[in-house]
Design a protein around this ligand. Sequence first.
Ligand code: G3H
Ligand code: ZN
Length: 286
Amino acid sequence: PLVTTGELVTRAAGTRSAVAAFNIITLEHVEAVVTGAESLGSPVVLQVSENAVKFRHGRLLPLARAAVTAAEQAAVPVALHLDHVQSDDLLRQAADAGFSSVMYDAARLPYAENLAATRAAADRAHAQGLWIEAELGRIGGKDGKPPLDAHAPGARTDPDEARAFVADSGVDALAVAVGSSHAMTTRTATLDHPLLERLSGTLDVPLVLHGSSGVPDDELAAAAAAGIAKINVGTALNIAMTGAIREFLAARPEVVDPRRYLSVGREAMVRAVAGVITALGSGSVT
Ligand code: G3H
Ligand code: ZN
C-alpha cells in the first residue's frame, strides 16, 4: 500500500533503524525496488529526483503515476518522496502527483540564504501537507561535480548550526554531511561517527544520509543505530543495472528485444535493493 514517508521515517527513528529510500529513473527501477522490498517484507521509499524529472523531459507525472500504482499494489508499505528539489514549480506539483514528502535542496547557498529559501519551502510544503527534508553542510558529488574536500569549511554539518537551522526553518528531517558523497562507484566512504553522535544528540528531527551507495554495509548499519532514519541510495542501483546489461549484451550481440536485457538489469537491481535493506536490518518490520 501507499503510505507516507513521514510515518515510515518516524517509525524507523523510534526503533533506531533506518528506512531505505531508492532513487528511481525507469519503470524497471520502480519494479525492482518494490520486488526487493517485498522479498524481505520491508517498507521502502521510492524517490524521484529533480534530475530524474529533467531526464523524463521535465515531466513528473508519467513516472510518478507508475510509482503510485506500484506502491498501491505492493505487498509492503511504500512511500513516495521527491528528492533534491530546487524548483518551486516542481515543489508545487508534489502533493497532487502522489508524493507525501520532498527534500528541498538549497545547501549550495550560504547559510542565511539556505535558511531563508528552506523556511519558505517548508511553509509551502506544510501548506500542502508534505513532510519536508532539507540539507545543511555540503554532501558533495552532485551534478557530476567531484566530491568536496571533507575538511573544507562548511563541508561537514555543524551541530550547533544544525540545531538553529532546524528550529528556524521548521523542517521535519535533516540531511547531514558526515562523510558520504554522492555518486560514488566504490564503497569506500568513511563516516564521521563522533559527529553523527553529536548531531543526533543535538537535533530532535530524524537525520538522513545521502550518497549511501559509497558507504559500506557495516557503516550503514552503524549510521542507522546512531540516528540516521532514512538512507538514500541511487548509484548502487545504476551500477547493478548497467553492469548486468553490459555483460549480458557483450555475450549476446544478437539480442534486440529490450525485455531480454532490461529483465537482466532489473534482476540485478532487485539484488542490490535486498542487499541494502538487509544491511540495515530493517527487513520484516511491516
Ligand atoms: O538523494 C539521493 C542519494 O543521496 C543517492 O546518492 O547515488 O550516491 O547513492 P547515491
Ligand atoms: Zn542525495
